[in-house]
Design a protein around this ligand. Structure first.
Ligand SMILES: Nc1ncnc2c1ncn2[C@@H]1O[C@H](COP(=O)(O)OP(=O)(O)OP(=O)(O)O)[C@@H](O)[C@H]1O
Ligand SMILES: [Mg+2]
Length: 384
């Protein structure tokens, strides 16, 4: 039933019922008095005096009718005022909410239903407004996510094309007998192997990122000896970089006993991603160098990875950790990429309780800094 109908019915009940009750009560009293026997009149003082009063006044019926009419008018006026007051307090906001709900139903979230009042209807309007804002933000995020997903797929498809084309070219070269010496053959096979590895990394990165996005990355935190970990890591990196004619300098200023809490595989991903950027964005015109320096900074160890490559323009620096951000794409277009490497790095560093930042100068080089928390043994104090 509509609110209006309910109010009209309530209005009639409020005005008619009291009058009817009063009338019934008076009629009942009259009958009791009229039916009373002489003995009862004598024995019942109240009834007797009521009958005497009625006889004395002689105008009892007129009085009752007048009373009923006056009461009825007062009740009508009061009820009209009350019903209008309640209706005005509810109806306008209900209308607004109805329009708003229809808008939401049709997928239109560009409106506002906020209210400044302090009554329940205003609270309801404000709650509706909060819900609308949340729905709007979710819709926006979903659209952005979908756009990013599409961009990711097209980027990966684009990046996969490069190694596939190379593998095809080198395989055809071997089939056609272009690689006619054992050295050439080895070079071709090695290139095919490297390109296949590149594809593998790309696919792994994609899988890892979709996992990270939903916070599903399975971290396996361990206590690691910083020196031991980096000695292994540098040995492996050194070989890779040597093949690419890049010099690697390493300096570790941290106490050899220091332990860190980290997932060794994910820490490896951080280093690999940063170093592969340094390699990717090297300049062709100078002797390439990468330096890894580790310092003790109190509760943390600070790892710095510096290169003497192309550098990053100042206006791009704040965004390099953003997902899909690629600085100066025209300049970098030859060095393919999806712009997700550093967003992965940032996520992993932060999940380790650390922080990452970058400094860079165009045509001079880039330095990436990140900190990882040291492992501190908490002494158990026991009283003897
Ligand atoms: N060492 C560096 N030297 C110069 N530019 C860099 C360096 N590291 C990062 N950048 C810039 O930051 C951008 C973002 O790096 P990020 O690793 O996230 O993406 P990418 O290398 O372009 O792609 P992906 O890592 O997904 O293959 C790069 O496109 C590049 O412009
Ligand atoms: Mg990268």
């Amino acid at each position: 039933m509509k609110l209006k109908n309910r109010l009209i019915i309530s209005f009639f009940i409020i005005t008619v019922v009291p009058v009817m009750l009063f009338g019934t009560l008076v009629l009942a009293l009259k009958r009791i008095v009229a039916d009373a026997t002489a003995e009862q009149l004598v024995s019942n003082e109240v009834v007797k005096s009521f009958k005497v009063y009625m006889d004395d006044m002689g105008k009892f019926d007129d009085l009752i009718i007048q009373f009923c009419i006056t009461e009825f008018i007062i009740l009508i006026v009061t009820a009209i005022i009350m019903v209008m007051w309640i209706y005005k307090g509810i109806a306008p906001q209900l209308k607004v909410l109805k329009v708003a709900a229809n808008n939401v139903k049709e997928g239109n979230l560009d409106f506002s239903v906020s209210s400044t009042g302090i009554d329940e209807m205003s609270e309801l309007c404000n709650a509706f407004e909060d819900m609308r804002v949340r729905l709007q933000n979710n819709a926006k995020d979903r659209l952005e996510d979908e756009a990013e997903q599409r961009a990711l797929i097209s980027n990966i498809a684009h990046d996969l094309k490069t190694p596939i084309t190379a593998i095809k070219g080198y395989a055809e070269g071997m089939l056609d007998g272009v690689a006619d010496t054992p050295e050439k053959q080895e070079k071709y096979i090695r290139t095919i192997y490297n390109k296949a590895n590149e594809m593998n990394t790309l696919i792994n990165e994609l899988t890892l990122y979709s996992n990270i996005d939903t916070n599903k990355i399975p971290y396996n935190f361990q206590k690691l000896n910083l020196h031991a970990y980096f000695n292994d890591c540098i040995e492996e990196l050194g070989m890779d970089l040597e093949n690419q004619h890049i010099r690697l300098d390493y300096a570790n200023f941290v106490d050899p006993e220091v332990l860190i809490i980290a997932d060794p595989e994910q820490l490896g991903r951080i280093i690999h991603n940063i170093v592969s950027n340094s390699v990717k964005y090297m300049r062709a015109d100078n002797k390439s160098r990468i330096g890894i320096t580790i310092k003790d900074v109190g509760d943390f160890v600070q790892i710095e990875i510096a290169d003497n490559g192309k550098g990053i323009a100042q206006h791009d620096l704040p965004y390099v950790f953003d997902r899909f951000y690629r600085a100066d794409t025209s300049r970098n277009s030859a060095a393919g990429g999806s712009g997700i490497g550093l967003s992965i790095v940032k996520k992993i560093v932060e999940d380790h309780g650390g922080k990452i930042w970058v400094t860079s100068k165009e045509n001079e080089g880039t330095t990436m800094y990140f900190v990882i928390r040291k492992y501190e043994e908490t002494p158990i104090v026991s009283e003897v």
